[in-house]
Design a protein around this ligand. Sequence first.
Ligand code: HGY
Ligand code: MN
Ligand code: MN
Length: 402
Amino acid sequence: MIDRLRKDVLNLGEIGRQVTGGISRPSLSEYDVEARKYVLKTFREAGLRVFTDAAGNMIGVRSGEVESPIVTTGSHIDSVWNGGMFDGVLGVMGGLEAIRMFNDDGVRTKLPIALIVFTDEEGAFSSLTGSSYFAGVLERQALYDLKNKYDGRRFGEGVTRIPREGYMERFTRPIRAHVELHIEQGPVLEANRVDIGVVTGIVGIRWLNISFKGRQSHAGATPMNMRRDPAIPLARTTLKIREIALKHGDMVGTTGHITLFPNVANVIPGEASLVADIRSLEAADLEDAVGRVVRSAKIYAKRENVDLEYSIPQKTEPVNCSPLVIHTISKVVEELGYSYMQLPSRAGHDTQNMAKLTGEVGMVFVPSRGGVSHAPEEWTEWEQAHRGVEVLRKTLIRLANQ
Ligand code: HGY
Ligand code: MN
Ligand code: MN
C-alpha cells in the first residue's frame, strides 16, 4: 500500500539528512548502520529469511515451492553526498512493499524471491561495490583493501560495524532473473508524460582519475613565465572532456570531482587532480573517449612542464536488458493500464552486475520530477512510486512462476 511505502521512504530519508535538506549516507557510515537496522527490521516483519554476505549485501529470501533457482530484485540504501531520498531506496522499500503485498494476498510462487540491499552502489569505496562482490567480479581481499574516499578507512574495517544477520561468505543460489525498480533520475518520462519506463539497456561508465603535479610556490612573487601550475592543464582537460563527449552521439562526460593542493588562494598549487565520469551505451566509444582525454591531458601537462599520472578506478560495461524481462514488464504495464515507454538508463545500476549472474535482467523506472536526482530536490510522487511497485510486484510473480 502507498502509506507503508511512503512511511518507509520518509523514515529512511531522515537518516543522514543534512541541514541542506540533502541526504549524506555513504555505505558503512554510522547513518548506513542505522538505515540497515531499519531495513532489517522491516525484512523480519515481512517474514523474510535474512542472509548477509562478506560485502555486507543483505539478502532477504521469501520461500517458494522449490528451493532454486531464485528470482531477485533489490537496489541500494547508500546515497551520494547531499543526495536525494528515492535513489536506490525506492528499489529496496518498493521491493519490500511488493513482498508485503504478496503476504497480504497469500501469494505463493514456484520459485523463491530474494530482495537484496547492495552495499556501496554509489562509490564511497569503488562503485557498484557490493554487487561486484555479489557477482564474483571483486574478490574479498581486494574488496577489504578498498579505501573510503571520505575518510580513508578500509572497507575491511568498516564492514565490521554493520549488522551481519545470517552471515555467509557468499550467497550462491542460481538466479533465474533479476528486476530492479528505480527512479529514472533524468527528464525523459516526465517530458513524455509517461507513468513507467521499461529499461532497454544501461550505460557503461568509466571514471578517469588524472593527477597533475607541478611546483607549489608563491602566487605573487613567481613570474608567470617561471611557473609549473598544474591547475592549467586540469582546466583545459575538463573542457576537452566535454568536447569529446559532445562528439560521441549518446555519450556524456562530467568532471564532478576536482582537488587542488594546498587549495589556498595565494599559493600556486603543487597538485591538481580530477575525476571524470564518462558514460555511453557503446563500449568502443568509451574506450575511444578515455584514450583521447588522456592523450590531450598529456599534451596540456607537457605544455606547462608538469607531470601527469592517471588511473581508471571504475570500469563498468554497458548492459542490454533481456527481451524476456522487457516483454514481461511491458505486458504487466499494459494489463495495469499504465502508460509506458522503452528507454535506456543513463545512470549505472547494480543490475549491471546481476547481468553477470543471469542473462535475464531488467529495470522498471518511475519519473523524477524535473529530471533531478543526486540532489536534495530529488522527488517522485507517491502515486508514481506505487505504480512502479505494482509493476514490480506483478513482474516478479510472472518471473517466479515461469
Ligand atoms: O552514478 C550513477 O549512475 C549511480 O547513481 N550510482
Ligand atoms: Mn545514484
Ligand atoms: Mn541508484
